[in-house]
Design a protein. Structure first.
Length: 319
C-alpha cells in the first residue's frame, strides 16, 4: 500500500500527538514510515489503522512496550478481550490507568528530588505514550505539578526544584501539544499569570490543554501587569483570556487589577481563572463574571461552551 499520509494528518486521524507517534516509531518500532524526497514521514492507511488500534489499547491500560510489535489482528483480539473484561468489571480499566499515572507521578517526584533531567524527560515521554493525549495532561502533568507545589510550600522541595520541574515540563509541552489549527478560524486563548503571581506551570499546562483541544493558545509569561494583558487582548481579540492564581492568596493589588477587566477587555472576551488560590478571590471573580475552573478537566467543557456561544451569536447575526 502506497504511503500517502503526513504525520500531521495521521495525528489528526488517530487522536495521537505528533510527539507520541515519533516516540512509538523511534523507541518501539510500532510503525515504519517512509521518507519523501523532502524528508517528511509518510504513512499508509494500514499504519494509520494500526496506530488507532495501539492508541485504543494503551488507553485501556496496556503499555506500548508490551504491544508495539503486535499484529493488527492481535490488537483487535486484545481489545475484544478488554471489552469483555470491562463489561464484567467496568471500573477495571480506570483503576489500571490511575495506577499507571500514580506510579509515574511518584517516579517523577523522585527524579525532581534528584534534579535528574534525563529521568524526568523519560517519564514525560512514558506518560504521553501510556496515557495518551489529553489524559496525560490532567492525570499526570497536572497532578505532578500540584504535588511539586505542595511540597515546595511544605518545605520538602526548594525553589530550584520547582524551577527544574517547570523547565522540563515546559520544554516537553512545546513539542507534545503542537497546535494543529494554525489559521484564524481556531478560537484563541491568551494566558498569563497576573502581577505578583510567579508560579506559571498551571498556565503553561492550560495552554497545552487548549491546544490539544483545537484552540490557538498564546502564553505571555508570569507576573504580567494587567495593563499589558489588556493591551494584548485588545490587539489580538481572543475569545478568552486565562489567568492562573496560585500564590499569594491575599493580594489586594490583584483584586484591584481584576476589577478593571470588564471595562477594559473587548466585549466578546471571556475571562477564565484557575489555580490553587482562586477561592480566596471568589468575590471579585464573581463580580467580573469570570469562569472559575478548579481542575484541568473542567477547562475542556468551558472551551466548548465558549465555542458554541460564538457560533450561536454568529448565526443570529447572519439572519
Amino acid at each position: 500500500m502506497r504511503p500517502i499520509r503526513t504525520i500531521t494528518l495521521v495525528a489528526k486521524q488517530t487522536g495521537l500527538s505528533v510527539h507520541t507517534i515519533r516516540v512509538w516509531e523511534k523507541r518501539h518500532g510500532a510503525v515504519r514510515p517512509v521518507r519523501a524526497s523532502n524528508k517528511r514521514r509518510l504513512y499508509t492507511d494500514e499504519e494509520v489503522e494500526r496506530l488507532r488500534l495501539l492508541r485504543q489499547a494503551t488507553m485501556a491500560g496496556h503499555t506500548i512496550g508490551q504491544i508495539a510489535r503486535a499484529s493488527a489482528a492481535e490488537l483487535r483480539r486484545l481489545l475484544r478481550q478488554d471489552l469483555t473484561t470491562r463489561n464484567t468489571d467496568p471500573a477495571a480499566g480506570a483503576r489500571q490507568e490511575r495506577s499507571v499515572a500514580n506510579d509515574l507521578i511518584a517516579a517523577a517526584l523522585r527524579a525532581t528530588e534528584r534534579l535528574d533531567s534525563n529521568d524526568l524527560r523519560d517519564l514525560l515521554d512514558r506518560a504521553a505514550v501510556e496515557l495518551g493525549s489529553p489524559a496525560m495532561l490532567h492525570k499526570f502533568v497536572g497532578p505532578f505539578a500540584e504535588q511539586v507545589g505542595e511540597r515546595w510550600r511544605a518545605g520538602d522541595l526548594n525553589v530550584a526544584h520547582e524551577h527544574f520541574a517547570t523547565s522540563n515540563i515546559t520544554g516537553f509541552l512545546a513539542n507534545f501539544a503542537r497546535p494543529y489549527p494554525t489559521g484564524n478560524t481556531a478560537h484563541h486563548l491568551v494566558l498569563a499569570t497576573p502581577s505578583g503571581q510567579l508560579h506559571e506551570l498551571g498556565a503553561i499546562i492550560a495552554a497545552a490543554a487548549a491546544r490539544s483541544h483545537g484552540w490557538r493558545a498564546t502564553y505571555l509569561g508570569s507576573s504580567l501587569p494587567m495593563e499589558e494583558l489588556i493591551g494584548v487582548a485588545r490587539k489580538l481579540k481572543p475569545r478568552a483570556i486565562g489567568l492562573s492564581i496560585v500564590f499569594p492568596p491575599d493580594d489586594d493589588l490583584l483584586i484591584a487589577d481584576l476589577a478593571k477587566l470588564p471595562k477594559l477587555l473587548p466585549p466578546d472576551c471571556a475571562v477564565i481563572v484557575g489555580g490553587r488560590s482562586v477561592r480566596t478571590y471568589a468575590d471579585v471573580l464573581k463580580k467580573i463574571k469570570a469562569t472559575v475552573v478548579s481542575s484541568l478537566e473542567d477547562l475542556y467543557p468551558v472551551l466548548d461552551t465558549l465555542q458554541r456561544a460564538r457560533k450561536t451569536a454568529a448565526a443570529k447575526r447572519a439572519k
